[in-house]
Design a protein around this ligand. Structure first.
Ligand code: NAP
Length: 275
């Protein structure tokens, strides 16, 4: 049994990838973990770990957000850290994106973070402490072709989190952003949504080149466990650092970005994307 005094983390999107790795890491370090996910049956293996409770939470459904936060408080009595991790990428030409695809991308990656954050803030304010860790992306700092809508959501998250960090600091609450580069998860697999049908290529050559460049980079992706370590650091380092660039590829790209002119920066993106 976990100690009553051990801290509590609530993680969204804990069924796979970074969220799952974070749930396991916090539990291993003695935390009590509310590992939330759309389908709790996906968390059967997680719930066998000491200190982990699997709860249903769809970030696009306010009732399920409120119920998961209430269930976490009933189970553990407090929430020290919130990890807003749930999200996915919408890839492809902007022109062919449907209203529904655009709405869903923002509802999950942006509105979902707003909903869970607002549901948890009264508890953190009452405690006089807490850390909110938002999993954005390198794609919230640097764009890639054919990711315009995903980039838009992650740029939104980076700006939201930085502004929120000023507002919450006097309440004893920290807001932080994780910006991973490529990570070997379901993000490029079952979680990837496309604005074009399989086999169709409305943007011709440039879309094919970008897809080939993306595939070629996969070997250099970080593991979800490595990103979970950075989430844990952000949650526990006690510093006012807001942005954590995560992964060698992301650090390298950000290092280059800072030393490049605008023209060179756009050329770097074209080169990375095979254009
Ligand atoms: N992998 C990368 O290269 C990379 C890079 C930068 C940032 N990120 C970000 O990292 C986060 C985690 O992604 P991942 O790479 O670990 O991919 P993943 O393995 O596909 O995990 C994504 C998680 O988000 C969940 N999710 C999607 N929509 C949801 C909703 N409406 N409500 C609750 N959960 C929902 C998925 O749940 P289901 O199992 O129910 O689908 C899954 O648990 C995302 O925000 C992603 O944008 C990933």
């Amino acid at each position: 049994m976990s100690s009553e005094a051990s801290p509590v983390v609530l993680i969204t999107g804990a069924s796979s990838g970074i969220g799952r790795a974070a749930a396991l890491l916090f539990a291993e370090r003695g935390w009590r973990v509310a590992a939330t996910m759309r389908k709790p049956s996906d968390g059967a293996a997680l719930s066998e770990h000491e200190g982990i409770v699997v709860l249903p939470l769809d970030v696009t459904d306010q009732q399920s957000v409120d119920a998961a936060v209430a269930a976490t408080l009933t189970q553990f009595g407090r929430i020290d850290v919130l990890v807003n991790n749930a999200g996915y990428g919408l890839f492809g030409p902007f022109e062919t994106a449907t209203d529904e695809q655009i709405r869903r991308q923002f509802a999950t990656n942006v509105d979902g973070v707003f909903a869970v954050t607002r549901a948890v803030l009264p508890t953190m304010r009452g405690q006089g402490s807490g850390v909110i860790v938002n999993v954005a992306s390198l794609g919230g700092l640097i764009t890639l072709p054919f990711y315009s809508l995903y980039n838009a959501t992650k740029f939104a998250l980076v700006g939201f989190t930085e502004s929120l960090s000023f507002e919450l600091a006097p309440l004893g609450i920290r807001a932080k952003t994780i910006a991973p580069g490529g990570v070997a998860t379901e993000v490029a697999g079952r979680s990837l949504a496309r604005t074009f049908a399989e086999g169709e290529n409305p943007s011709g050559d440039s879309l094919s080149k970008v897809m080939a460049a993306m595939s070629a980079r996969r070997g250099a992706y970080s593991t979800p466990e490595a990103i979970a370590e950075i989430i844990f650091t952000a949650a526990t380092d006690g510093t006012g650092q807001v942005l954590y660039v995560a992964g060698q590829d992301a650090e390298q790209a950000m290092g280059l970005r800072q030393s490049l002119s605008e023209e060179q920066r756009l050329a770097m993106i074209r080169q990375l994307s095979g254009l």
